[in-house]
Design a binder for this molecule. Sequence first.
Ligand code: URA
Length: 474
Amino acid sequence: MHQAHRQRHSAKIFRVIFDELIEDTPMTQPFEPSRIIARKRDGGELTPEELAAVVARYVSGDLPDYQMAALAMAICIRGMTTLETAALTELMLRSGDVLHWNDDGRPVVDKHSTGGIGDKTSLILAPLLACCGMRVPMVSGRGLGPTGGTLDKLESIPGFCTNLSQREIVEITNRVGCVITGATENLVPADRKLYALRDVTGTVESIPLITASIMSKKLAESLDALVLDVKFGSGAFMKTREQATELARSMVETGGKMNVSTTALLTDMNQPLGRMAGNAVEVNECLETLRGEGPLDLRELTLALAAELLVLANPNVNHQEAMTQLETALDSGTAYNKFVEMVTAQGGNLNTSREIAKTWEITAEQPGIVAAIDAEQIGWAIIQMGGGRKSKTDAINHAVGLEMLVRISDAIVSGQPLVRVFFDPQSDREREEVSSRIRKAIQIADQPVATPKLIVNRITTTADSPEKRERSNR
Ligand code: URA
C-alpha cells in the first residue's frame, strides 16, 4: 500500500477507535458542566466523552461562554494529559468540514510556524514541495501583534485571493500542487469560537489549548505529514527554548496519536529571518530565494523544513536525497515558476508592480559588535509604520517594511547603515519615533558575540512508530 494511502487508512482506524472510546465511556451522570469544570479545577482527567459533550454544546451555543471560559482557565492552570489533548484536538477538528483528497499518489503535506519576524518560509516552501511531487493545501493566517501574517504578505500581490472556497482549495491543490489561503468559515469552527474567547479571558497561554487549536486546524487538511517550525526568542510567541520545546513535544505527540507523521524543528527567533520584514518587501525576498538567491538563513530553514516533509511522506527518500531534490528545484527556477503558477491560479499578478515606500537608513552611532536584536520591537516598529495590525480590523499598508543590514555577531563601524527603512513619515517626529525604537532594539557591545545557531533541535514521531525521537544540535 502506498505510504500516503496507508496513513489515511490508519488515520481512519484511529477515528474508529476514538468513536469506540466515546461510545465505551458513556457518561454515568447527566451532562453537568459545573461538575466537569470543578474536576479539571481539582486536577482531574476528563474523558473523551465529557470533552465531546463540552465541544458539541459550546459550538451549538448550548454551553455559555462563562462556563467555557472557566473550563479554559482550569485547563490553563491544571493542564491536560496527552490523551485529553489528542481527544480535544480530534473533537475540534470534527466540529466542521475537513478536506478530502483522491489517492493520486501525491502525499498531502503542510507546515505550521508558531510565527516570527520576517518569517516568510511558507511562500517558498509550498511551491518548492509541489515541484517535488507533494500536494500542499496551506491554510494560513493573518498577522496580529508583532508577528506578520502569510496572507497579509501575499495580499501585497495585486489580485491575489486569500479566501478560496473549500472546492477551490482542493481543485487548485490537485491541479497546481499548492495553494496558500485563509481558513473557510466551516473549517474548525470550534477553534474560531474558542480562540476568540481565550483571547479576552487570559487563556491563550496554555500548551494543551494551543496544541489543540493549531493541530485541529492543520489536521483538518487531512494530511499525510506535518512539519512544525516552533520558534523561541525575542521575536517569538514562546520566549524561551524550554517553553518552545514543551509546545513542540505536545504538538508532535498529538500528531502521532492522530496518526499523522509529525516533526518539529526548534528554531531561533532572536533576530528577523532573512533581511526583509514587512509585506511587499518580504514577497520580493521570497522571489529572490525562489530564484536560488536570497539570504542564506531563509534558504537554510526553508530547505530544512521541506526536507523533513519529503522524508516523512516518503520513507524511501533519505535526508540527503531530499535536500538534493529541493536544491535542484530552487536553483533551476522550477520552484519560482511553480510560485508564479500558484499566484496566477489564485488571481494574482506578479507583473503589476508592488508599491514599496520611500527608503532611508538608520546608521550606527558607535562602533562595536551587534550583541542582540529585540526582534519583537522590530515587529512593533513595522506596526507603528502601518505594516501590521494592533487590532483585528486595522487596515495594512503593504508598502512599508525594513531591511536588516546587520545580524547578531557582526562587527560594525560608526556611521554604518544598520537598517534600511521603507516608510514615508509624515513628520520629523514620526521619523524619529520609528528610528529610536529600531535603534533601541539593536544592542551594540564591545566584546565578540557567538553567531546563533538557527535550527537547534528536532522532535519527531511517525504514524507507524509513534515513539518520539530527538536529536539535539543537528
Ligand atoms: N495560534 C493558534 O492558532 N492558536 C493558539 O492557540 C495560539 C496561537
